[in-house]
Design a protein around this ligand. Structure first.
Ligand SMILES: [Zn+2]
Length: 313
């Protein structure tokens, strides 16, 4: 038995497989990412607390004597155990290594892969069907988000997707849909572009806003950032139903049909459901102009969805 294994046994440290499962669950809880392990990091203590490690277990260290340099190197046993567990998850392709994640996000973090995400959901008894709505990141979805955000803004954008039928796998399709959703709602800082509401479920597990397609999916609207807008459930419905549309200068245009509604329709307490709190009457926009909705998508919405149809703006 090695010096390290002997110490692990003597101190009654948790088994590596238990640490691996705890890491997957903690990764899920931390939105799919945790920093590379180092001393003084909260995450190291957080996982130690999960196992109710005592002071001896937390502070035990391994000593290696470097004869040539005549010095002693110390490494905390608990850190080593965490690193070995994460390394084993990376070998099983359940997490991406900090070096791989760095090339994607410029942060040295362990990140869940799709496979690791599914395993974390199984360990936590969360149905996989909920994955679309969860805020937890995965390496594969982050890759899509990066791609969507980095494409140069086209002058003439075709909002229709002609390649969709080429996607044969449902898994690939689901990852792309999650990438679209995440890129859009992040661009709008999780706010509804119409009313500005920003709210999560009380357990922090999902955001209220949805990534709406301006040219809808049903007519092959593209899953890209220029054809997307972040809207709350109510205003997503109202946008799709044609209650309002958006001009090329991003001003909101409301259907005149609202004036002929019965008195008790469309009210939230005494507020109209299409009341714009924003004084300049424009939608709330992302920080970067590169990812503003494209006029070609907006023109299509005005001509095909808005009620009543308008001929010119
Ligand atoms: Zn809203």
């Amino acid at each position: 038995m090695s010096y390290e294994s002997q110490m692990l046994e003597d101190l009654g440290m948790p088994a590596r497989i238990e640490v691996e499962n705890a890491l997957l669950k903690i990764l899920f809880k931390h939105n799919g990412v945790i920093k590379e392990f180092g001393s003084g990091q909260e995450i190291v203590d957080e996982i130690a607390n999960e196992f109710k490690l005592d002071e001896n277990q937390r502070s035990a260290y391994l000593q290696t004597i470097y004869r040539k340099e005549n010095r002693v190197k110390r490494a905390y046993l608990w850190h080593r155990l965490l690193f070995r567990a994460a390394d084993s998850l990376a070998r099983e392709k359940l997490v991406s290594r900090p070096t791989s994640t760095f090339s994607l996000t410029h942060k040295k973090e362990w990140m869940l892969t799709e496979e690791g995400y599914d395993k974390a959901l199984r360990l936590l008894n969360i149905p996989i069907s909920q994955k679309y709505f969860l805020p937890t990141k995965s390496y594969e979805v982050e890759k899509i988000v990066k791609k969507l955000n980095q494409k140069p803004r086209p002058k003439d954008h075709n909002p229709f997707d002609t390649t969709r039928k080429l996607l044969t796998s449902t898994k690939e399709y689901a990852i792309r849909a999650r990438g679209f959703r995440q890129a859009v709602i992040e661009a709008y800082d999780y706010q509804c572009a119409f009313c500005g509401i920003k709210i999560q479920a009380p357990d922090g597990m999902c955001w209220e806003v949805e990534a709406a397609h301006i040219v809808p999916h049903s007519v092959n609207g593209k899953d890209d950032i220029w054809n997307g807008i972040s809207l709350c459930h109510l205003h997503h419905w109202a946008f799709d139903a044609g209650w309002f549309t958006i001009k090329n200068d991003f001003e909101i245009l409301i259907s005149e049909a609202v004036n002929s509604l019965p008195k008790n329709y469309g009210k939230i307490s005494d507020q109209d459901f299409l009341q714009i709190s924003n004084k300049n009457l424009k939608i709330i926009l992302p920080e970067s102009k590169e990812i503003y909705p494209h006029q070609n998508s907006l023109v299509w919405h005005r001509e095909h969805k808005f009620y009543p149809k308008i001929t010119s703006l």
